[in-house]
Design a protein around this ligand. Structure first.
Ligand SMILES: Nc1ncnc2c1ncn2[C@@H]1O[C@H](COP(=O)(O)OP(=O)(O)OP(=O)(O)O)[C@@H](O)[C@H]1O
Ligand SMILES: [Mg+2]
Length: 476
């Protein structure tokens, strides 16, 4: 399957590639505006410049580079691109990783509780709060608190989280509301009890990894750092990276808050970065989507707080024409049949790629697997942790989460039911906002065509947000 191709940078991208001053840079832009592509071209330039300087001066110290991506899928490509600039292997130390892999390599052996186990451990303490909020929502709130405020997992002090009592709730919807009393009890009762429970099991959780990585020795002293999809990094994850920078480093954060799909939010000053205008670049063109696809995605995120780091999809910045997305109504098997028939007619799968995206993993894949095999369509399954498949398959199957940052010619999203997109009833519900961002992000993966499907009477509330003029409806 094809990965990011080589491109001729435009003027707005060249400015960013040519900015060689040390320090922090933020790249903002909507899905498909070339943020990742430009950041990697910038990386190549920075590595080349540093290697030349090293050779000129006869330095012994290697150039240390860290690239953190959301998916490991880009790892092979980035490795090739950056190593292409190094004449001798000793000169360049390149770490390409996801944050959690990188942090785990620093922290060493640790037994980590997953999301489900963490929710289960939190449950008895959440019950005592007697709120009517779903426990998953509250468990996410705990991770949000532990992601944003700096604390010591080995020697936990509730006071270290007291910033939570004062912050305005942003980036997590406005409902369900969490009262001041609940906030107090979360940091003074629930979280301390949870910390203790983890300690008793000799375990840590994903949030603890960040402050632990920040304190890990040795200081890795990176010269060049790229953080892709930084909108889904917590403040503590960013703090951990900042602890391992060399003087004179060049660190680039690539982000689009509109595509945030985890409960993370913080402001740059909280991590000690003053986001001054000269550090910020915004990419405006959309190279990936057609105007029809961008128009289809737009109402999903319209009205969401764009935040400073967010950019709404803009169909006026798309150049390539294309047909309207299709919304297919019928049983799951009917949806898939119509989608694959259409793909058969319209796509050349010897050259074009397609992805079947599922809102959830697990059993939801079995039917898609069966149908693809029955039709003799070779496919591969993508997860966040596997590298980009280099085999001949042009069809991929994955969860929406795992597709973040990737692109495909054709995007198929069958089974968009209420059951797989649960959320609360109030306006501004945090889960509904997250789902809206998630579906817009999924649609935004497509270069040429999009098809969405649902069973009549079981459709997700997200379907109702779509603008009928932007798609063609196909019913059984
Ligand atoms: N200067 C350019 N000319 C032509 N195509 C380009 C240019 N820059 C980027 N592209 C193409 O645009 C598409 C999107 O690029 P990229 O994946 O870097 O966008 P992104 O902003 O990182 O998107 P996302 O937010 O979804 O991660 C890719 O196919 C890339 O090759
Ligand atoms: Mg990207």
């Amino acid at each position: 399957m094809r990965i990011l191709r080589s491109v001729i940078p435009t003027d707005e991208q060249l400015k960013l590639i040519g900015d060689v001053r040390p320090g922090f840079r933020l790249i903002r832009g909507a899905a498909g505006s070339g943020k990742t592509t430009t950041a990697l071209l910038r990386l190549r330039e920075q590595v080349q410049t540093r290697l030349n300087r090293r050779a000129r001066r006869g330095d012994d110290a290697p150039v240390r580079v860290l690239v953190l991506t959301f998916n490991r899928t880009l790892a092979g490509y980035i490795g090739e691109l950056a190593r292409g600039s190094a004449s001798d292997n000793e000169a360049l130390i390149l770490d390409v990783s996801t944050f959690s892999r990188w942090a785990r390599s620093l922290v060493g052996k640790a037994s980590i509780v997953g999301r489900d186990e963490a929710t289960e451990m939190l449950q008895p303490h959440l019950r005592s709060l007697a709120t009517t909020h779903p426990h998953e929502f509250m468990a996410d709130e705990v991770q949000y608190i532990l992601g944003r405020f700096n604390y010591d997992p080995d020697n936990f002090e509730p006071e270290s989280l007291s910033g939570y009592l004062k912050v305005v709730r942003e980036g997590r919807g406005s409902a369900p509301r969490i009262t001041r009393t609940t906030r107090e009890r979360l940091i003074r009762e629930v979280i301390p009890a949870y910390m203790e429970a983890k300690q008793q099991r000799s375990k840590i959780d994903w949030s603890d990894l960040a402050p632990m990585a920040a304190d890990a020795e040795p200081d890795l002293m990176y010269d060049v750092v790229i953080v892709d999809e930084a909108q889904d990094f917590s403040a503590n994850q960013v703090r951990a990276i900042l602890r391992h920078l060399h003087d004179g480093h060049q660190t680039t954060f690539v982000l689009d808050a509109i595509q945030r799909i985890y409960p993370q939010f913080f402001k740059w000053f909280e991590v000690g970065i003053a986001a001054r205008p000269e550090m910020i670049y915004r990419l405006r063109e959309n190279y990936r989507n057609t105007a029809a696809i961008a128009a289809f995605a737009r109402p999903l995120v319209d009205g969401l707080p764009p935040e400073d780091d967010g950019t709404l999809p803009d169909f006026s910045s798309c150049r390539r024409p294309g047909s309207k997305p299709r919304v297919i109504v019928g049983k799951y098997s009917y949806q898939l049949r119509i989608m694959l028939d259409r793909l058969d007619r319209k796509a050349d799968l010897s050259k074009e790629s397609a992805v079947v995206l599922q809102p959830r993993g697990g059993g939801w894949f079995s039917e898609a697997r069966r149908v693809l095999s029955q039709r003799g369509i070779p496919y591969c399954e993508l997860t966040r942790e596997n590298e980009w498949p280099t085999g001949p398959e042009m069809v991929a199957l994955c969860t929406i989460h795992s597709a973040k940052g990737l692109e495909f010619d054709h995007v198929l999203i069958p089974g968009l039911s209420r059951q797989v997109t649960p959320h609360g009833p109030e306006a501004g519900d945090a889960d509904l906002e997250r789902l809206r961002r998630m579906l817009a992000m999924a649609v935004g993966r497509a270069r040429k065509s999009v098809m969405v499907g649902y069973k009549p009477g079981e459709e997700s509330a997200l379907i109702g947000l779509l603008e009928p003029a932007t798609y063609k409806l196909i019913t059984a």
